[in-house]
Write a protein that binds this ligand. Structure first.
Ligand SMILES: *Cc1c(COP(=O)(O)O)cnc(C)c1O
Length: 454
């Protein structure tokens, strides 16, 4: 038997194919050649042999090449801070602020009052201080960067005390011991994995330049465990005249106890407990853009701001615009809760979710036998790992296509819709659907069922 893969045409021959030659009128030659090579490569590597229609195959690959890779999509998974899906969607006012600043020039480093040079670091400064109760604040590119900056500014070449129970990996190759080492500080482990006492820190204190505590964001420790209160660490560090740095992680500013969401350190509480520097993320529970915030004592924040790494880690104008607008919403806690998408999703009521699930189910094609069923959403992003968020899911069946097949088609759609699959059912969680996305999801399901591709 001859192997059809041996008889593949050459690139040149394919480019003379009228269907492929016609593509040259629409796209640059290099792109068409690359798509042709990719089609040949796939035919050579795959079991299927040559495609039935080369021109169609090349046109599809060309379309893929010209689609942006960073595409917006619909998150129907119910995981609110889905790190792979870009964490926090922004509030409308933050989006408007980004668009305004992006479209033209801005007072990024310009003092409008005097007409002289201003400072980028001044933009979120007042709001960060006001909302957290700290003396001063600084926003940088992300929280991992904020930690490197704070450690370098406080303790380069010197020992930093940290509990063995906090030498954690946060995700995406972010490991505290490695970050600490790269910051130029020297790791000084105290205590044990499960129990660390104030006395452990006190014994290791001579010669230390700072005490660091890192919130165990993505897991819970239970059983025979002990950690000193942040307030105790703050006074121990204070007596020794060294800074106490508290990385609280998720940047929770709002008080969500009334929604049963507890156990996550709130930034204002960490400041009130006496931490000299508090570090947190902008795009987790704060609900803003990717950013790292440093708040705390004026002299220490100034040391961070003046450190050369602050230049390497600086936030860009779009981030600062989005962060400033997001922070501004927190001046009115009720506005923050309803207008910051992450907070609105976290605090959506059971009744509201049940209504939205019923409305979504009613829009879907009858063929998927949509049913509303109780379920749970997840906070994600390594925040409040123990939280249970009851929701109402819309459960679909996909007959011959099977749930996995339907999920793949939804993922390949435009816009892509990302779903959960459990027990051969596709599950849609209205909690992470944004206003107006229901109709898009219904259309996507209809298109996936109609797709002749399989
Ligand atoms: C998430 C997290 C970080 C990193 O935040 P990014 O904004 O993703 O860089 C640092 N520390 C803690 C405790 C975290 O939870």
């Amino acid at each position: 038997m001859t192997d059809p893969r041996r008889e593949l045409p050459s690139v040149d021959r394919l480019l003379r194919d009228p269907g492929i030659a016609a593509l040259l009128a629409r796209a640059p030659r290099n792109a068409v050649v690359a798509a042709t090579r990719a089609a040949l490569e796939a035919a050579r590597a795959g079991r299927g042999g040559p495609p039935a229609d080369w021109a169609e195959e090349v046109a599809e690959r060309l379309a893929l090449q010209t689609t942006p890779s960073l595409r917006p999509l619909i998150n129907a998974t119910g995981v609110i801070l889905h790190t792979n899906l870009g964490r926090a969607p922004l509030a409308a006012t933050a989006i408007e602020a980004v668009a305004r600043v992006a479209a033209g020039y801005s007072a990024l480093e310009y003092d409008l009052a005097t007409g002289a040079r201003g400072h980028r670091a001044d933009h979120c400064r007042t709001l960060l201080a006001e909302l957290t109760g700290a003396e001063d604040g600084l926003a940088v590119n992300n929280a991992a960067g904020a930690l490197v900056l704070a450690l370098n500014a406080m303790a380069a070449g010197q020992r930093v005390l940290i509990s063995r129970g906090e030498l954690i990996e946060i995700g995406g190759s972010f490991r505290i011991p490695e970050i600490l080492e790269r910051s130029g500080a020297i790791l000084a482990e105290v205590g044990t994995t499960n129990r660390t006492h104030l006395a452990d820190y006190a014994r290791a204190l001579p010669g230390a330049a700072a005490i660091l505590t890192v919130h165990r964001s993505n897991f819970d420790q239970r059983g025979f465990v002990a950690t000193p209160d942040p307030a105790e660490l703050a006074s121990l560090a204070g007596e020794a005249g060294i800074p106490f740095i508290h990385d609280v992680g998720s940047g929770l500013l709002a008080d969500l106890a009334a929604w049963g969401l507890t156990g996550e350190p709130r930034v204002p509480e960490a400041v009130a407990a006496g931490a000299d520097l508090v570090l947190f993320s902008g795009d987790k529970l704060l609900g803003g853009p990717q950013a790292g915030c440093v708040v705390g004592r004026r002299t220490l924040v100034a040391r961070c701001r003046d450190n050369p790494l602050a230049r390497a880690l600086r936030a860009d104008k779009l981030t600062l615009a989005a962060l400033e607008a997001t922070l501004a919403l927190y001046r009115d806690p009720a506005a923050a809760r309803s207008r910051i998408p992450v907070l609105a999703m976290l605090t959506a009521s059971a009744d509201e979710l049940a209504d939205r699930a019923a409305r979504l189910a009613a829009l879907l094609p009858a063929a998927v036998g949509a049913r509303v069923v109780p379920g749970e959403s997840a906070v994600g992003g390594g925040a409040i790992p123990g939280a249970v968020l009851p929701t109402t899911l819309v459960s679909l069946e996909a007959a011959a296509l099977r749930a996995n097949g339907l999920a793949v088609r939804l993922r390949h759609g435009d816009p892509p819709v990302i779903v959960r699959v459990e027990h051969d059912r596709v599950l849609l969680d209205p909690r992470t659907l944004q206003p107006g996305e229901d109709a898009l999801v219904a259309a996507a399901v209809g298109a996936a069922l109609a797709d002749p591709a399989g």
